[in-house]
Write a protein of this length. Structure first.
Ligand SMILES: [Zn+2]
Length: 406
């Protein structure tokens, strides 16, 4: 199961309602716990099912306020209580010395748990609809939430008083046809990545443009008086811009990783944790201090993460190989051909192979990942794929099953 957290923006009325419901849940929790304690003193044993049906009785008798809370939410209060009881008795059995379950004081019951039902997602707007609460604005719903089956939503108030929804998504495995194809992917110097089938995926061009905008906004913010109306306004604008940049980058990374997992059964990449300590690190060092570089580095890590989880979900494989020497090695004869950062072409004086340097590296990565040394290496021009073509869906579309470019 995957979980996904979004911030909620309840209006004043809804906030009051949420707080009220939390407190009703707390009182119910305490009431049920009290019943359990009473029963034990009398030497009787209560069960989860018995306390469950007790809720119905409470609703119609001493606690009519329970009617204001969605019934499944109340069930989950009972569930939580019994989960606590069970984990406590487990600890006791293991010989630990522990006290009894305690009643929850005001403010100590923190979640409203909608399990299986009682919620809805507004497809087109950023809104979540809860039974007995209403339609609450939120931010950050994306396709992952919209397209998957939602198992439940847990509402929680943070210490600063903000509300969040943790959305639980069922992780349905994706059935993709096996292609029996493997690929090696090298993180590029001038492009985002280059693969062993000769594709070069360009970096999103708008990064620099947006970074400029962000810098301007940051300066604006710094000039305002902290806490003032204008400061708050500038702060919100900056947050919006950052969220926009992040979303665009994620969209790009999702589409590229989807493409590779759809087409290949076996994807080989370098182990980025080792890269930081090796020549690849030096390769990037020249500009490593710039924000641009920082974002790219983060993007590769995120790209590999997306690749990995998408692969696991589709029963495919991502292999991380040791990056040492992938750029220097000749992908045809295996000899070392030294080159510095500015050398764009791999030219091997031993076997006369001439290739783009990153293309050469990607073939070495494929060889290491598959353990196969007899890969036919040919010199061919790289197919350049622009980031905008990817984002707009011209290439690397979500449903693409076969490569459209060769
Ligand atoms: Zn060679």
């Amino acid at each position: 199961m995957l979980t996904y957290k979004v911030q909620l923006y309840p209006n004043k009325q809804q906030q009051a309602k949420l707080v009220e419901q939390l407190d009703i849940c707390r009182k119910l929790y305490n009431k049920l716990l009290e019943e359990c304690k009473k029963a034990r003193e009398k030497g009787e044993k209560l069960t989860q099912i018995k306390t469950q049906s007790f809720i119905v009785w409470l609703k119609n008798n001493s606690m009519p306020e329970l009617k204001g809370v969605y019934s499944k939410v109340l069930q989950m209060v009972n569930y939580t209580l019994w989960a606590n009881i069970k984990s406590l008795s487990k600890l006791k059995k293991s010989g630990r010395k522990i006290g009894h379950l305690r009643f929850k004081g005001k403010g100590w019951y923190k979640t409203i748990n909608y399990n299986q039902s009682g919620f809805k997602i507004d497809e087109h707007k950023n809104k979540l609809i809860f039974s007995k609460i209403g339609t609450i604005n939120c931010r950050g719903l994306d396709n992952r939430v919209r397209k998957n089956k939602i198992k439940g939503i847990i509402l929680k108030r943070s210490q600063t008083g903000r509300w969040f929804a943790t959305i639980q998504i069922e992780n349905t495995p994706l059935v993709l046809p096996k292609t029996n194809k493997s690929v090696g992917i090298d993180v590029g110097v001038s492009s985002f990545i280059v693969d062993s089938d000769g594709r070069s995926v360009e970096n999103p061009k708008n990064i620099d443009k947006q970074l400029k905008k962000i810098k301007v906004k940051q300066q604006t913010l710094a000039r305002k008086k902290k806490g003032s109306k204008n400061w708050l306004k500038a702060k919100l604008q900056l947050a919006k811009l950052l969220a926009q940049v992040t979303n665009q980058r994620k969209d790009f990374l999702h589409k590229v990783s989807r493409f590779y997992v759809n087409i290949y059964d076996f994807v080989c990449v370098e182990d980025l944790n080792i890269i930081a300590l090796s020549q690849k690190g030096n390769k990037n060092n020249k500009r490593s201090r710039t924000l641009h570089r920082h974002i790219l580095d983060a993007s590769w890590g995120q790209f590999f993460n997306y690749l990995s989880y998408k692969a696991v979900n589709a029963d495919k494989k991502v292999v991380k190989v040791h990056p040492k020497g992938t750029t220097q090695e000749c992908s045809r004869c295996g000899r070392i051909v030294k080159k510095n950062l500015s050398t764009r072409i791999h030219f091997c004086p031993y076997c006369n192979l001439e290739l783009d340097r990153d293309y050469n590296a990607s073939i070495n990565i494929l060889k290491r990942g598959t353990g196969c040394s007899s890969i036919l290496v040919e010199n061919r021009p790289l197919v350049i794929i622009s980031a905008s073509a990817i984002v707009s869906g011209q290439v690397f579309s979500m449903n693409q099953a076969t490569p459209s470019l060769r």
